[in-house]
Design a protein around this ligand. Structure first.
Ligand code: RIB
Length: 308
């Protein structure tokens, strides 16, 4: 990878340490279960998406906050090993690195609780400080594990293609967040929460939700649907479905971070192949996400592209 070329994918967002318990099934409220394996990993939707793009071959930079603790120091080292520009990743005195408690069932389903720690300190000032990156990057990626005011400032100060992954979903999403993003991307449960639909389990229901998100102000919407692939569309056009490569159920070991693998690969493809159709980018991103569910862990499961 050439070091002196400008950034392709800029991620403004979270970095979290994952504590993952593998268990036969997810616990019910009030229940204690015996798990069969424990693993720590590098996570946080922002850093995950940045690593996913870097492993596809993009020149990436991350703007994020870590604690001044061993987790933060380890994470910074790890990001450097992924060849990510960490000039604007800071370890903050008096703050702890964000943590996630993750349960993963034998069927590959997960539930996640995050305590964001230092991520809560990402602020509009960080956009000004990383001005050069905001000027040069082709694609900006944001999520909602860091303060939304900072995210809105990042979006207002970016001229290229921006992706907002509205995860975890907010009930009262500021309309500006939808309006400022070139691409607004959510999964089926986030889309249901935002559109007040009871459920989104089919491609047809996802198309209805995508229409509602466009009415709420989004430009282009992508709703990811796990093994069903994704639905996408914009105002005044038909909403379309992209299928995902089929993974046999016995090969699905951990879906944690699959959405982040999708976003990182999408950002990479948008930056590298700006003239290609969005449908092609989504198909490529679905393929990367399908690979990630076949290995345990979050970043640990993200594939590396041979083509750099
Ligand atoms: O999307 C998966 C990620 O969500 C995990 O890595 C965890 O840290 C949470 O941010």
């Amino acid at each position: 990878m050439a070091q002196n070329q400008s950034t392709e994918v800029l991620v403004f967002g979270s970095a979290i340490i994952d504590f993952i318990c593998y268990t036969p099934r997810l616990p019910k409220p009030g229940e204690t279960l015996h798990g069969h394996r424990f693993q720590t990993g590098y996570g946080g939707k922002g850093a995950n998406q940045c690593v996913a793009a870097a492993r596809q071959g993009s020149r990436t930079a991350l703007v994020a906050k870590l604690g001044a603790d061993t987790f933060g120091a380890d994470y910074l080292r790890q990001l450097r090993e992924e060849h990510i520009n960490v000039e604007h990743v800071q370890q903050l005195a008096g703050q702890t690195t964000g943590v996630a408690q993750i349960g993963v069932s034998d069927g590959g389903e997960n539930n996640i609780i995050i305590v964001v720690g230092a991520n809560s300190q990402l602020s509009p000032c960080d956009v000004a400080q990383a001005e050069e990156l905001f000027r040069e990057a082709k694609v900006l990626v944001c999520q909602l594990e860091t303060p939304v005011e900072a995210t809105l400032t990042a979006l207002r100060n970016f001229q290229g293609v921006s992706i907002v992954n509205a995860a975890p979903a907010m009930v009262d999403t500021p309309p500006e967040l939808l309006q400022l993003a070139s691409i607004f991307c959510v999964n089926e449960s986030e889309a249901a929460l935002m559109t007040q639909m009871d459920q989104i389990e089919t491609v047809e229901e996802a198309k209805i939700a995508a229409g509602k998100l466009v009415q709420m102000g989004a430009n282009t919407v992508i709703i990811t649907l796990g093994k069903l692939g994704a639905v996408f569309g914009s105002a005044n056009e038909e909403y379309r479905h992209v299928a995902a490569p089929q993974v046999p159920p016995e090969k699905v070991v951990d879906t944690t971070g699959a959405g982040d693998a999708f976003i990182g690969a999408l950002a990479h493809n948008l930056a590298r192949h700006p003239k290609a159709q969005l449908e092609e980018h989504i198909a490529a991103a679905c393929a990367v996400a399908s690979q990630s569910v076949q290995l345990p862990g979050t970043q640990a499961s993200f594939p590396r592209s041979d083509v750099q």
